[in-house]
Design a protein around this ligand. Sequence first.
Ligand code: HEM
Ligand code: SF4
Ligand code: SF4
Length: 378
Amino acid sequence: MYTEPINNLNLKLEAWTNVITTSKYNPFYYHGALPQFYLWVLYLSGLLLFAYYIPTIDNAYSSEKLINAWTSVNYITNTIPFGAVFRGIHRYAGDAMVVTILLHMLRVWITDRYRQYRIVQWLSGVVLLVMVLFIGQTGYYLVWDERSLILTRMTCSALDAIPLVGTGLKTWFLNGTELTNYTLANFLFIHIGLSFALLFGLWIHYVRMTRPVLTPPPVINYILMAAILLVVAWFPIESGKMADLTSQPNTFEVDWFFLFPYAMLTSMQPGIFWLTMLAGVVLLCVVPYFVRTKEVEPAEVVLKNCTGCSLCAKDCPYQAIEMVPAPAESRFKLLATVKPYRCSGCGVCVGACAFDAIDLPNMPDADVTAQIKALLQS
Ligand code: HEM
Ligand code: SF4
Ligand code: SF4
């Protein structure tokens, strides 16, 4: 495998970390659970922000009493007790989620656990990544400062450049033909609606895994939370100047985790931008198909020994074993059957079976046991 040299390094790092943390607390083993943890943090902190957020853009006059999205965000930051902390947690947990997703992708890629029987996880992961990035961007529109205005205008021009459907997409994006209060209501709807749609995406991501590791141990959660709080204290979040529809601001600070597409848009034509984005997503989707695959010899059930106890089906990580009704003449009710297209040849079922009733064709149980005995005696 072409990722083998990197994986060897990864395994060494993992082993060294085990020496310090023990395998129970090794973050390498919670690579998927880390972004999941940050998602919960985002939901909780977002709930508090939502309670005080007002999705309007009215700024016909400027006064202390003015109530709009920008002033409501300022109210949260400066008036609500711990509002700035919750805002900071929400912002940096988003960044941390992107970082942990990228590390998670890297991990499944270098350990070669992303194709064949894991293809559903990989493809749904690509969709989740695109969704997370878009949700983060809509978060930046909600602040309704000058950066939000620039990003909204840039999105409109980029959508306009898409042939046939561009104008329709722009109308959907603005929730009308121009920037109004309905636009911000739409941004809020997209931001929250897609955040919850992530749960459905995650269900698809997890449904084919037998025992996905979804939660890190509490100690790791505390460390992750402490890291976020440190960043919040060091780099407090502030809004820019309030957006003014009559102004034409043109420079903005880029948050590289979410806003890199806008940085790209500043230096390329919208057509080239969309093609680059599309190529990036397509490339991620087809990567698993480029790698030449070693033929897997699926596990085989020795029917005469199978008692139908179901232990193998419970342990199989890829749901490759189905328990079917045994023939009428059998003493048992069920029999195990292997779905070859889902089998990775991992051998977990062989270990699970106490009746020598399931074997890997190229590695029979009896041979492995004999080899282990020989090793123990040598
Ligand atoms: C919202 C973001 C995501 C979350 C919360 C998430 C979470 C998880 C979790 C909890 C697991 C189980 C890990 C285990 O049991 O060891 C997992 C597995 C997996 N994820 Fe993700 N994931 C996300 C995004 C992605 C992305 C973007 C990709 C790749 C494009 C991806 C690819 C995979 C693959 C291939 C597996 C199977 C790994 C295995 O069987 O060992 N995930 N994910
Ligand atoms: S070898 Fe056994 S446990 Fe592993 S995937 Fe195949 S059927 Fe499942
Ligand atoms: S663990 Fe063995 S005996 Fe039990 S159902 Fe599976 S193959 Fe049959």
